[in-house]
Each structure stands twice: as structure tokens, then as C-alpha cells.
Design a protein around this ligand. Structure first.
Ligand code: UDP
Ligand code: MG
Length: 343
């Protein structure tokens, strides 16, 4: 388990801003220059938890440099690239604020909305405030289309509480963060888990801006992975597809059987090659689909049983004994997030 952050900090820090970042050297300066004035203007104690998700560019170096002049900046460096959701988990696990905002590094989600989120949560006693994108015209047509399909599917599977067009820009209260930390889930998809918790929630809307610099860290492969994790994490319905495909294949085979017998009775058995071949290919395909679906769930059971941590922290500038960063070498002060053991 991650060590408890010291109680004193926990009591004083009002807001933590968690920012997962992977190879974001190009956007960091812009991020700092837009985020800092917003947070300074809050008039409340805050920390910025930059989770360096195993960046291989100059992200770590830049963060260390910014830290010199910005004491609220805290760097949690992961040992290797673990993915956006795992980096987010690392940040949420370590953030100490009474409220925690998660933000992408690329400024697609405006930091200027943070005070509005905080005011809404405090004013109305909400535990969750979603940032909802009202305008995605800056995203590519393909991204908008895939996102549309994704959110429609998720609302069907995980329930209508999933806010359409809410990504990972949101505010969580301490109670919501603690509830998330207590979940045993391994491949977490926060945009589904958070609504599922059922806390009172509100939303602020914003227009999605284009990435300020650099390239997306979510290529098609990762988008598919997120979709598969989302579906299999919330529904066993795909397993039922196997049953339906099997039933369909059975009916088709009955038809083929009738056809074969008729052909046999009429003495025309040789020209049956096409139907036979089609039948074999069809049944083969159905079986492979079914095995694949089973595999997805068996895979999840396997990872759950292994109970491996989803990330390793190399160093945390706020951890005892590691102030100033950099002086905690590889392995020193490192720890893993081990999900709570289950009975
Ligand atoms: N990210 C990360 N680890 C990864 C991939 C992405 O921490 O393995 C971060 C990335 O630096 C950014 C956020 O996750 O802050 C969202 O990624 P991106 O903006 O590339 O995704 P998109 O907006 O294109 O969906
Ligand atoms: Mg982005």
C-alpha cells in the first residue's frame, strides 16, 4: 500500500492538480504559464502532482527546472511508461488535497475552469464535477466519430450515469478519491468508474482546444485497448455474443444439412464443394470469435489473480527523504501500488 501522506500536508492542501504526462517537453512551458496564474489566484493551498509516466524526452529535466521556482510543483516519476490511466492512478493515490482535479498536460482542457469546478463543488456540496466538452470541432473527424461510438456503447453497458463527452478532466472530493483508491480494479477506466461510484455530481462545460504542441499519445492501438478495457470491465455482454453467434451458426448448419441431404438424394454430391467450404470457414470463424471473447475475460481474471501493481514509483519529490528530487536514485524510495488484498 502507498504510505499515508503525512497528516499535516493532508490537512492543509485544499486542491491537488494531477497531471499525467508522457513525453510532453513541447507543451510543458505553455502548461506552466497557463496553470500557475490560475492556481496562484485561488488563494488556497494547493499542489500540482505531475506524474512523469516514464518519459524518454526532456520532460523530467524540465520538471526539475520548473520545481526550482515553483514550490507547489511535485513530481511523481514512474519507472517506466505505464499508460495514461495507470499514471492517473499513481497521481490520485498520492495527491493529498481535499479536492483533486485531473488534467491532461496538452492544454486541450482549459485550466482556467478549475476555480469554477472548485466553487461549484464547494457551493453545492458536490463530490464530483465533470468537465464536459461541448465543442470538439478541434478534434479530427475520426476521433469525434470513434468517441461518439465509444460513449454510446458505454452508456448502454455501464449505465446512463456515464456523462457523454466527459473525458479525464474532472474534480473529485477527498471522499470520492478514497472510494476510488479502495476499489480492487486493475485496468481502470476512470471515466466509467467515477460515475459508477454514484456520488452527487455536477458539470462545467468547455470547448475542447487543439493540442498546443506535440503529438497525441493515444494512437489507434491505445484507443482500442481503452475501449476493450472499458467494455470488459463493465459488462459480460460480449460473452453472450458468443452464444448468439453459436446459435446463428447452428441454424445455418441445419440449412446446410438439408441442402446436403437433398443434393445427396438427387445424386449431385460432387458439386457440394462450395457450400462445404463455406460452412467450414464460417464455423471456424465463429469458434475463433468465441475463443477470443473468452480469452479477454480469462486474461482479466489472470491479471486480477496476479494482483500485480499497475505502476512503480521511482521517486516522489514530496516523499520523506526525497526532497529536491533527483537525489533519490533508481530503486531508492521506490514503491509500488499494490491493490488491497482480497480475502
Ligand atoms: N499520457 C500518459 N501516458 C501515456 C499516454 C498519455 O501519461 O502512456 C498522458 C499525456 O501526456 C496527456 C494525457 O495522458 O497528458 C492524454 O494524452 P493525449 O493528449 O495524447 O491523448 P488525446 O487527447 O489525444 O486523447
Ligand atoms: Mg490530448
Amino acid at each position: 500500500m502507498p504510505e499515508e501522506p503525512d497528516a499535516e500536508r493532508r490537512e492543509t492542501v485544499v486542491l491537488s492538480v494531477v497531471i499525467p504526462m508522457y513525453n510532453e517537453e513541447e507543451v510543458l512551458p505553455a502548461l506552466v504559464s497557463r496553470l500557475r496564474p490560475v492556481l496562484d489566484g485561488l488563494g488556497a493551498a494547493h499542489e500540482v502532482v505531475a506524474v512523469d509516466d516514464g518519459s524518454t524526452d526532456r520532460t523530467a529535466e524540465l520538471l526539475a527546472a520548473f520545481r526550482l521556482g515553483w514550490p507547489e510543483l511535485r513530481v511523481v516519476a514512474l519507472r517506466r511508461n505505464s499508460g495514461h490511466q495507470a499514471a492517473l492512478t499513481a497521481g490520485l493515490d498520492r495527491a493529498v488535497g481535499s479536492f483533486v482535479v485531473s488534467l491532461d498536460a496538452d492544454l486541450q482542457d482549459p485550466p482556467e475552469k478549475i476555480p469554477e469546478m472548485l466553487a461549484l463543488a464547494r457551493g453545492e456540496g458536490l463530490d464530483i464535477v465533470y468537465g464536459v466538452r461541448v465543442d470538439r470541432s478541434s478534434d479530427t473527424g475520426f476521433k469525434r466519430w470513434t468517441a461518439g461510438v465509444y460513449y454510446r456503447l458505454m452508456r448502454r453497458l455501464a449505465g446512463p450515469s456515464v456523462t457523454a463527452q466527459a473525458g479525464d478532466f474532472r474534480l473529485l472530493s477527498r471522499a470520492a478519491v478514497d472510494a476510488l483508491k479502495a476499489l480492487p480494479d486493475q485496468q481502470r477506466v476512470y471515466r466509467l468508474l467515477v460515475p459508477w461510484l454514484g456520488f452527487p455530481s455536477g458539470q462545467v462545460t468547455y470547448e475542447r482546444a487543439p493540442r498546443v504542441a506535440g503529438r497525441t499519445k493515444y494512437p489507434l492501438g491505445r484507443m482500442i485497448r481503452l475501449a476493450v478495457d472499458s467494455v470488459t470491465g463493465f459488462s459480460a455482454a460480449p460473452l453472450r455474443i458468443a452464444t448468439w453467434l453459436g446459435a446463428g451458426a447452428f441454424v445455418v448448419c441445419l440449412g446446410l444439412l438439408v441442402y446436403t441431404l437433398t443434393a445427396f438424394a438427387l445424386g449431385r454430391t460432387v458439386p457440394g464443394w462450395t457450400s462445404l467450404f463455406t460452412g467450414i470457414v464460417f464455423i471456424g470463424a465463429v469458434q475463433l470469435i468465441c475463443v477470443g471473447l473468452l480469452g479477454e475475460y480469462v486474461g482479466r481474471i489472470y491479471t486480477a489473480v496476479q494482483n500485480r501493481p499497475t505502476y512503480f514509483v521511482r521517486h516522489d519529490t514530496a516523499a520523506p527523504g526525497a526532497p529536491g528530487a533527483g537525489d533519490a536514485g533508481e530503486g531508492a524510495g521506490s514503491e509500488a501500488r499494490v491493490p488491497a488484498p482480497r480475502a
